[in-house]
Design a protein around this ligand. Structure first.
Ligand code: SAH
Length: 340
């Protein structure tokens, strides 16, 4: 049985029509689920008994389980247990501009980035759309507030789970659903070109972030094996097309790893690489983890890297640090839970 929280409004409308009822029944149900946040069919007075039966017989209304929560001043980290016993995590962050949630899109990840906990543990399976949606519903229920921004930057490679990602985005963005504006939704990828191609056809308004982490193939091959398949040149070719098609600014994430990608030469090379593209670079101080030997770049090194990009007129920021104390680097909470 399909879980109701993974069903787009359009698919729900089709369902009612197929069952000889009216399309607006779907909107009615969506209102209860996403506006009133009532999840028990028995507490939905407008839905007739016949439709309650129909829905109960066709959809699962159950939730994933919140297993653990770690809190710090402006960040909360959640561990969820899925029905099959797998674990995923999400991070909530309070910013000046609102509240964001970083959601997971897979159990583990197959991209194998050398610096990343999730890559170390490999992909177990894709998340269903409902398992991504429910991360948001449960966290909003926990903080008793609505969030303003969603980033798909947790465990997993979203473009390696494109179809479910697509339904998730539709449900989150739908004005009758969770209703978060397209400009407030960001998907982050390690650079899967076929995914970027589909994304720019399907979602011209949603933000795209690219985990770049290196200014050339030599370094990128070393830390991100996916670069052997989708090289920087090809990646930038598609990003040019993306820019033309969507007119949107692309975000590049660049983790600062000591003695790997943080030299002055790297900064200059990076400036040249992105020159002419409407983009901005987010420098991310690496979150060190016990199991991986990479070190975070020294502060002075990050600042001098930043200066070089600035001098070259590149839009650049250094990411505010969240969650150092709460295992907030991608996949750390899950890895700890699994004792690995
Ligand atoms: N697979 C997608 C999204 C998940 S990773 C992607 O590659 O973009 C989300 C971001 O966290 C990526 O930029 C990833 O490179 C980064 N990341 C992973 N481990 C990290 C760590 N220990 N410290 C800082 N950033 C990390």
């Amino acid at each position: 049985m399909k879980n109701i929280f993974g069903i787009t409004l359009k698919n729900l409308e089709d369902f009612f029509i197929e069952n000889n009822d009216k399309k607006f029944r779907a909107t009615q149900l969506y209102e209860f689920l996403y506006k009133k946040r009532i999840y028990n069919l028995d507490n939905m007075p407008n839905i007739g008994n016949k439709n309650k039966e129909l829905l109960k017989n066709n959809f699962d209304f159950s939730f994933i389980k919140m297993k653990k929560k770690q809190e710090d001043q402006d960040v909360k980290k959640y561990l969820f247990e899925l029905k099959d016993g797998n674990f995923i995590e999400s991070v909530l962050m309070y910013h000046d501009y609102g509240i964001s949630i970083c959601v997971s899109s897979q159990v583990g990840c197959n991209m194998g980035c050398k610096f990343c906990e999730s890559g170390r543990l490999k992909k177990v399976r894709n998340l269903e759309a409902y398992e991504i949606v429910e991360q948001i519903l449960l966290i909003e229920a926990d903080i008793k507030e609505r969030i303003s921004h969603v980033v798909v930057m947790g465990i997993g490679e979203p473009f390696d789970n494109y179809d479910n990602l697509k339904d998730f985005i539709k449900i989150v963005n739908c004005n009758k659903g969770i209703d978060i504006g397209a400009r407030h939704i960001t998907v982050s990828t390690c650079g899967l070109i076929p995914g970027i191609q589909r994304f720019m056809e399907d979602f011209k308004e949603i933000n795209l972030a690219i985990s770049l982490h290196a200014p050339n193939d030599k370094i990128r091959n070393q830390i991100m094996p996916i670069n052997k398949v989708y090289k920087i040149k090809d990646l930038f070719k598609i990003l040019k097309e993306y820019e033309k098609k969507t007119n949107r600014r692309i975000t590049f994430e660049y983790i600062m790893l000591e003695d790997i990608n943080d030299s002055k030469e790297c900064a200059k090379e990076l400036a040249n690489l992105v020159k002419g593209l409407n983009c901005y670079i987010n420098l991310i101080p690496y979150n060190e983890t016990e199991n991986i030997e990479y070190k975070r770049s020294k502060k002075v090194q990050i600042l001098s890297f930043y200066d070089i990009l600035k001098k070259n007129n590149i839009n650049v920021t250094i990411r505010k640090e969240f969650g150092g104390k709460v295992d907030a680097a991608c996949g750390q909470l899950r890895a700890n839970q699994m004792g690995r």
